[in-house]
Design a protein around this ligand. Structure first.
Ligand SMILES: CC(C)(COP(=O)(O)OP(=O)(O)OC[C@H]1O[C@@H](n2cnc3c(N)ncnc32)[C@H](O)[C@@H]1OP(=O)(O)O)[C@@H](O)C(=O)NCCC(=O)NCCS
Length: 213
């Protein structure tokens, strides 16, 4: 068995991050069109890279086990230069049916409404954010999520960060954050229609305070 290696994110990791993200959530409730799912994930990954100032990846041999992306307020958004060419993803969305495009738009706009509603314009109360944390299903339960969090934690502490937040939801394993000492400070129910299905999701806002900072 290869040891787990944690290192900073590099541009050529991005396609593998897309693969990990594809396996984490059930994208099929949005559409069964593979190209649309891939385009949605491409948009999501570019948004993560746009919003993050650091990223760490966990590798087991050559396999990507997971990643964490974070942002420190005032720190250069260094991951933006890793953003990918979106031409293929945008073309896939243009070629999608109206229903497929609507499902993607509904999902994105419902999440944005939930996040803005929970935050209520109070971003400046925080020095940073966990933008993304995910571990491939087959690599879970081996302490890799905790190691990625510890690595991000060191980054935050080295920048004198006192308080951070993260968004999560009932599609994710939000209990992990509670286990690490995050406190739930916001909750938002979204109901939207994806294709023919009514979809309900609760989003949460969690905060974490660094002791002694
Ligand atoms: C949540 C997630 C990151 C955990 O990663 P992991 O590598 O399996 O977790 P670890 O093995 O490092 O677990 C570390 C600790 O957290 C605990 N833990 C893990 N998942 C948990 C959960 N869902 N609820 C409560 N505690 C959890 C473990 O029991 C372990 O406890 P210990 O160290 O005190 O013994 C992973 O399940 C995942 O990627 N889920 C899907 C995406 C997601 O939900 N991302 C994060 C929330 S948005």
């Amino acid at each position: 068995m290869h040891p787990v290696v944690i290192r900073s994110l590099e541009t050529n990791d991005i396609p593998r991050i897309r693969t990990v993200i594809r396996g984490i959530w059930d994208w099929a409730h949005m559409t069964d069109n593979d190209k649309v799912i891939s385009a949605r994930i491409g948009l999501y990954v570019n948004e993560l890279l746009h919003n993050s100032s650091f990223g760490k990846i966990a590798l087991i041999g050559k396999k990507t086990a997971g990643a964490i992306f974070g942002r420190v307020r005032g720190e250069e958004p260094a991951l933006r230069m890793m953003q990918q060419d979106m031409t293929e993803d945008i073309l896939a969305l243009l070629k999608a049916t109206d229903d497929e495009r609507m499902a993607v738009c509904e999902y994105i706009s419902s999440i944005q409404t939930a996040y803005a509603g929970m935050m209520g314009g109070n971003e400046n109360d925080y020095d940073g954010e966990i933008v993304f944390l995910g571990i491939a299903e087959e690599a879970r339960g081996r302490g890799i999520g905790r190691r990625l969090w510890e690595s991000a934690r060191e980054h935050f502490i080295s920048r004198n960060v006192r308080k951070i937040y993260t968004y999560t939801d009932t599609e994710s394993d939000f209990g992990f954050y509670e286990h690490l000492g995050f406190k739930k400070i916001g909750e938002w129910r979204s109901t939207f229609v994806l294709g023919k299905e009514r979809f309900e999701m609760d989003s949460f806002l969690y905060a974490y305070r660094f002791e002694g900072q």
